[in-house]
Design a protein around this ligand. Structure first.
Ligand code: ADP
Length: 754
């Protein structure tokens, strides 16, 4: 591959990259012979070093130049222009053509003068002008305009690159021009090629990362053109050797490494020109030109339009790549709109994102998707099993990424290589911090055959020279086929953007739901409090007039008894019964609303003591019945509101006796203290409750029988018990069967997670 540039080839044992990398190419202190270099002290513009070919090109032996001021060399007028140009131009880390010199005093050659400042040095490069070229011709401008238009018209990235290689070959006269694209691992592929028919094609060939190692990629990204007109050139030293390294990265005349020249010769290449393809400053690929039949020098006049094309390509490439994904991007956009709509109208995320007509698998190029939230996993399409998905999530949790994408899951984590048929590719988004909630898209393995230009595992060959291991670039570029397994198609940038947007939309949804729920809870709490306040005030205030009515009726009955008919007296008795009943109801309601309204008085209570007191109370109240109440276990000490808890036991034990027609009414009270929280129960041998009515009996004023059956009751006892239990954070329920008795269970604090 023509684009290899530095000696940083990977090497097999025992020689490694570090011990072969003796030539730090930018510090080699040599240039190519098609120009001359002077190294100046930036403070006084005096020559510190000069290239050995100075005599040939500048008319002075390099030794005579050392210490000479630039004014003496160029003449005062040109020296002044140079100072001015250096001050006016930002010449750091960029090769800048600052002056055109007709000729040096006493010389006939005209030059382009390039300047670049490196630390406290100025590099001046002299390259002969093509005096025949004259001004930039209208033909060149026309060619550029033509190139720009046809590149703009290209319908795909592939077309664009093909057109670019065609145009550049036409403009440069090189025999072969290739577009080369880097993969994330630094390897690359020839993705477009324009060449003489008789040359062997390189299109589709892959080159290992070591062919263009990272330092070489950095240097390529720095300059718009890198020209090596003659692979067989003799490097020209920059003299004298000084005790510091001079960085020639930005010098376009910079010599190339011997490894690189050998590499090119092995490929049968005589001259090259390389242009970077940059997207947002990142090296996307290269345009690589080669000449095979002879050396091929392009004057700067010929390189300028190519330099322009190189910049234009980078500019257009980003847009072209985006355009290539545009149709797909638009389709994903439409899906996103639908998902957003579904999320707004749906109560659950799985409903909105998985079950609807538009879902997480719509349009996106993936075979399956899993939505895992709140310990549930909903899947669509072809996915691993739920168990494997959960293992994958455990692993994703360790990756510390909110958006995670890989096309080689099995390589990243060998434990998942068994999933390659469904999940070689994984694209995942984390839905919340702290909880393992994820959406994961899956892609299957796609077995691909890659054609390498030579064995990628042997990018260098090791020779023994005088007993020392010496690295040489490989001599064979014979196609080497490799089957790539365990890899899916790569995830595109537009897909990553799409899932990131879904993630933000879900965040919005979750935050909005939480806010709504908090609002509803606050609203509910307020209206409950209001209701309790109202019930309390109403029952409290009604008690007084009711007592008044009751007293007045009693007076009436006492004072007017003789004048009233028997019917009238019966009516007064009924009024008295009704007011008594209403008084009972109001008392119960008052009690019920008080639990909602008042704070619990929490303290440690021995529940055994509470229960024995209540049992005694109930036994006294129902002394006419035969009752057997058994305490079946030990009872714990709990932090609770003792008075209210006593009320729970009182209501439940009373009911156990009231709703019971057995001659001996038995009640068993116990607590499973091994349960967390402790579980109380009250079991009776009473009439039982059929399944259908079991849920409703905890509602306020709900009675299953007529008032006259099973004694008076207000239908508030169980509602109070439930409210007290819930205020303690517990739960109450029952098991019962008609004729077989009932057992009521309750706890006084929330169940703890396992
Ligand atoms: P009440 O004041 O009517 O007893 P409760 O709220 O305590 O009100 O009970 C509601 C209804 O539940 C009762 O009217 C009764 O029909 C039924 N009930 C409650 N406890 C029992 C029980 N242990 N056995 C059978 N039925 C019961």
């Amino acid at each position: 591959m023509t684009t290899a540039s530095t000696p940083d080839f990977i090497s097999p044992d025992p020689v490694d990259l570090n011990n072969c990398d003796r030539e730090l190419v930018q510090y080699m202190g040599a240039i190519q012979p098609h120009g001359a270099l002077l190294v100046l002290n930036a403070a006084n513009l005096q020559v510190i070093q000069a290239s050995e070919n100075s005599l040939e090109l500048l008319g002075q032996h390099w030794e005579t130049l050392i210490g000479v001021s630039i004014d003496n060399l160029l003449g005062v007028a040109l020296g002044a222009s140079l100072r001015e140009a250096i001050q006016a131009n930002p010449i750091k880390e960029a090769m800048v053509n600052i002056l055109n010199i007709d000729h040096l005093p006493g010389q006939t050659v005209a030059f382009h003068l390039f300047a670049n400042q490196v630390d406290d040095l100025i590099l001046l490069e002299f390259e002969p002008r093509n005096t025949l070229a004259g001004q930039l011709s209208i033909d060149v401008l026309w060619e550029l305009r033509n190139a720009f238009t046809s590149l703009q018209k290209s319908t795909s990235l592939q077309d664009f690159l093909q057109e670019a290689t065609n145009k550049i070959r036409h403009m440069s006269g090189f025999e072969r021009v290739m577009a080369y694209q880097f993969a994330d691992d630094g390897s690359g592929e020839v993705v477009a090629e324009s060449k003489l028919d008789e040359l062997e094609g390189y299109l589709g060939l892959h080159y290992p990362a070591s062919d263009i190692p990272a330092p070489a990629r950095r240097l390529f990204a720095m300059s718009p053109l890198r020209h090596l007109p003659d692979v067989d050139y003799l490097p020209v030293p920059v003299l004298p050797a000084i005790d510091r390294l001079v960085d020639l990265s930005c010098a376009h005349l910079r010599s190339v490494s011997t490894m690189y020249s050998v590499y090119l010769r092995n490929m049968g290449t005589k001259a090259t020109l390389v242009m970077p393809l940059l997207i947002e400053g990142r090296l996307w690929g290269l345009i690589s030109c080669m000449h095979h039949s002879a050396s091929h020098y392009l004057y700067y006049e010929q390189r300028i339009p190519l330099e322009f094309v190189s910049c234009m390509l980078s500019q257009l490439l980003a847009g072209r790549q985006a355009l290539d994904q545009q149709a797909y991007r638009l389709r994903l956009e439409i899906v996103l709109e639908h998902l957003l709509g579904a999320m707004q109208s749906s109560q659950s995320l799985p409903n909105a994102l998985i079950s609807g007509e538009w879902h997480l698998l719509s349009e996106i190029n993936a075979a399956g998707v899993a939505l895992c939230m709140d310990d549930k996993c909903e899947v669509k399409g072809n996915t691993p099993t739920t168990k494997d998905i959960h293992s994958l999530i455990d692993w994703l949790e360790t990756q510390n990424k909110d958006v995670f994408a890989t096309q080689t899951l099995g390589q990243l984590c060998p434990a998942f290589s068994t999933l390659k048929a469904v999940a070689s590719g994984v694209l995942a988004i984390r839905l919340s911090q702290g909880c393992p909630d994820w959406i994961i898209w899956f892609r299957p393995e796609v077995i691909e055959e890659i054609q390498w230009a030579g064995d990628p595992h042997k990018p260098v060959e090791v020779d023994q020279v005088n007993g020392l291991a010496v690295l040489r670039p490989r001599a064979s570029f014979a196609t080497w086929k490799q089957q790539v397994i365990g890899q899916s198609t790569p995830w595109l940038s537009c897909e990553l953007e799409y899932v990131a947007r879904i993630r933000y939309a879900i965040f919005g949804y979750i935050v909005e739901r939480a806010w709504l729920l908090a609002q509803m809870n606050a609203e509910l709490e307020r209206s409950n409090l209001e209701l309790d306040g109202f019930a309390y005030a109403a029952s409290h205030d009604m008690k007084e007039p009711l007592r008044g009515i009751h007293n007045l009726v009693e007076f009436l009955k006492f004072e007017e008894a003789e004048r009233l008919t028997q019917r009238g007296q019966l009516r007064l008795d009924t009024i008295l019964q009704l007011t008594q009943r209403m008084d009972n109801l109001l008392a119960a309601l008052l009690e019920y609303s008080r639990i909602g309204k008042n704070k619990l008085e929490l303290a440690p209570y021995n529940t055994f003591e509470i229960i024995t007191q209540v049992v005694q109370l109930v036994k006294d109240a129902y002394s006419e019945f035969s009752i057997d109440i058994q305490l079946e276990s030990s009872f714990p000490t709990l932090v609770c509101d003792g008075l209210w808890v006593a009320r729970i036991f009182q209501n439940l034990i009373t009911n156990a006796i009231k709703y019971n027609q057995q001659p001996l009414k038995t009640v068993a009270i116990g607590c499973d203290t091994t349960a967390t929280p402790p579980l109380f129960y009250i079991r009776d041998n009473g009439i039982g409750i059929d399944l259908h009515n079991q849920q409703g009996i905890f509602e306020l004023f709900n009675r299953l029988y007529d008032r006259k059956q099973f004694g008076e009751g207000s239908g508030v006892g169980l509602a109070i018990a439930k409210r007290v239990v819930e205020r303690h954070g517990g739960r109450i329920w029952l098991t019962s069967a008609v004729g077989l008795g009932s057992t009521f269970f309750f706890t006084l604090s929330p169940a703890k997670p396992d």
